[in-house]
Design a protein around this ligand. Structure first.
Ligand code: ADP
Length: 160
C-alpha cells in the first residue's frame, strides 16, 4: 500500500490545496494531510479548526485522512508508514523554497521522497494569505475557497 503525506499550514485550506489533495488521492492508496502545529507564522485558525475545515472539504475522498503533527516532517511521514511527501508547486517563486525543504528532508531521511504536483492553472494565484486578506476586506471568496470554508472566514474576519 503506497501512502503519501501532504503537509502544510492550511490556514485555511483553499481550492489550490484541494486540487492537489484530489490528484494525490488518485495516485496513492492513502493520502494523509498533515496539518503543521508549529508554522513559522502565527496562524489565523487553530489546529483543530484547520483540521475540521480540511475534514469537511475532503469528506468525498475515501482514501484521504487529516492528522495534526508537530516536530520533524520526516518523523511524521515514517510514523504514518509513508515514504512520500507531496508538495504543490505554483510558480518559480515556490521552487527555491521547496527545493531547499526537499533537500533538507532528504538529508534527514534518505528513504523519504518528495514529489511535486503542479498546480491547476486556475488556482495558481491562490494562497492562504491572499484568502485571509480578501476576507478581512470583505471581498468575494467564492472562487478561492470551497463554500464550507466561507463561514469560518466570516467568523474570523467579521465586518466592522
Ligand atoms: P506551507 O506553510 O507549508 O507552505 P501551505 O498550507 O501554504 O503550507 O501549503 C501547503 C502546500 O500546498 C505547499 O506545497 C504549497 O506550495 C501548496 N500550495 C498552496 N497553494 C497552492 C495552490 N494554489 N496550488 C498548488 N499548490 C498549492
Amino acid at each position: 500500500m503506497q501512502k503519501a503525506v501532504y503537509p502544510g499550514s492550511f490556514d485555511p485550506v483553499t481550492y489550490g490545496h484541494l486540487d492537489i489533495i484530489e490528484r494525490a488521492s488518485f495516485l496513492f492508496d492513502e493520502v494523509i494531510v498533515g496539518v503543521i502545529a508549529n508554522p513559522r507564522k502565527i496562524p489565523a485558525f487553530t489546529m483543530e479548526e484547520r483540521k475540521e475545515m480540511l475534514e469537511k472539504v475532503t469528506k468525498k475522498f475515501k482514501n484521504v485522512k487529516i492528522e495534526l503533527f508537530s516536530g520533524l516532517l520526516v518523523d511524521f511521514v515514517k510514523s504514518q508508514g509513508a515514504r512520500v511527501i507531496i508538495r504543490g508547486l505554483r510558480a518559480i517563486s515556490d521552487f527555491e523554497y521547496e527545493m531547499q525543504l526537499a533537500f533538507t528532508n532528504r538529508s534527514l531521511a534518505h528513504d523519504v521522497e518528495t514529489m511535486f504536483l503542479l498546480t491547476n492553472m486556475n488556482y495558481a494565484y491562490i494562497n492562504s494569505g491572499l484568502v485571509k486578506e480578501i476576507a478581512s476586506l470583505g471581498g468575494r471568496l467564492e472562487d478561492l475557497v470551497p463554500e464550507e470554508i466561507i463561514p469560518y472566514l466570516k467568523k474570523r474576519f467579521p465586518k466592522e
